[in-house]
Design a protein around this ligand. Structure first.
Ligand code: PGA
Length: 312
């Protein structure tokens, strides 16, 4: 197969946008130049990679396979160029990270501090749930990920840097609000608004209640912490969320944390990358920064949230 890097780069952009026009714009090429590269690539591979139905461009099955490999090759080239930049003594670069939806509540604050310290760097931040993060790690799509503890058996380097307590939240006028030491099985009489099954929060919650032989009535599933908090505020049920998501609601007394026995569910945050990955200089600096400084930087916020939680 006689394929050039240039063809792969153009293919990757067209496949990502499913549009010749958008790919041409991104690559600063004309549309005929993009079409020509794709045509040559299809000739070289001997198989159609795109199909045109009406105005819409689709990947063929071969195209989807090719996309998988072209993304990995693009990422490796990016890594190589970062490493070479460093060898040339150029301290700038791009950090491509993904964080769990729940970690987004503090990740942007960390990036802001990091960006001030390393003004030459730029970032791409993807916010998604645990299931997708694991896929991204598997596909080597990201430099690094911030998430709950990854499963054993994947070739990952995961380093713990901070606690992540999950708590039960209710609207302030809920009959259980303000009660001390609520027995866990009282929750069986309540309806819960919960995160989607691919989320770390949901998985931890399920494991916790199974371990305590308590069965919950989960009324609604929602894919964001914001939606859960609003649903709880609106009286649709109780919620289980990370304390990191609650800063504003606790301050404004829009939600309260219930004092349930055996709570909080104590999880931890990890900075994770693939074992053996050649981290670029900027990725190495970010990993060190998170491990050494994230906890203290965010401590102030956590302390005020915990003060609200305990009512003192
Ligand atoms: P999530 O958080 O629930 O937003 O996926 C990750 C985790 O707690 O593992």
């Amino acid at each position: 197969m006689n394929v050039t890097f240039r063809q792969l780069k153009v293919f990757e952009a067209v496949a990502r946008h499913l549009s010749y026009t958008l790919a041409a714009r991104e690559l600063h090429l004309s549309q005929p130049a993009v079409s020509m590269q794709i045509k040559q690539l299809e000739e070289n591979t001997g198989i159609a990679l795109f199909e045109q139905l009406g105005k819409q461009t689709y990947l063929t099955e071969a195209g989807r396979e090719m996309y998988h490999y072209s993304r990995a090759i693009a990422k490796q080239l990016e890594e190589a160029s970062e490493v070479l930049e460093h060898l040339k003594g150029v301290h700038r670069g791009r950090l491509d990270i993904s964080v769990a939806s729940t970690a987004n509540y503090f990740s942007t604050r960390l990036l802001a501090v990091f960006a001030r310290r390393y003004p030459g760097t730029s970032f791409s931040l993807d916010v998604t749930n645990r299931e997708t993060l694991l896929l991204q790690l598997q596909e080597n799509e990201k430099d690094m990920v911030i998430m709950g503890k990854p499963p054993e058996g994947m070739e990952l380097m995961a380093e713990d840097f901070m606690e992540n307590p999950l708590v039960v939240v209710a609207p302030p006028d809920h009959p259980l609000a303000g009660k001390k030491g609520i027995p866990l099985d009282t929750l069986q009489n309540e309806t819960f608004v919960v995160r989607e099954p691919g989320s770390g929060t949901f998985i931890a919650m399920e494991r916790f209640f199974a371990e305590h032989s308590v069965s919950l009535s989960t009324g609604m599933q929602m894919t964001s912490n914001e939606a859960i908090k609003q649903a709880v505020e609106a009286g649709l049920g109780l919620g289980i969320v990370s304390i990191h998501t609650l800063e504003l609601e606790l301050e404004a007394r829009r939600l309260v944390v219930l004092d349930v026995q055996a709570f909080p569910i104590l999880r931890h945050w990890y900075v994770v990358h693939r074992k053996g990955k050649r981290l670029s200089p900027v990725a190495q600096a970010f990993r060190r920064f998170v491990l050494d400084e994230a906890k203290n930087l965010l401590l102030q916020t956590r302390q005020s949230s915990w003060a609200q939680l305990t009512g003192c």
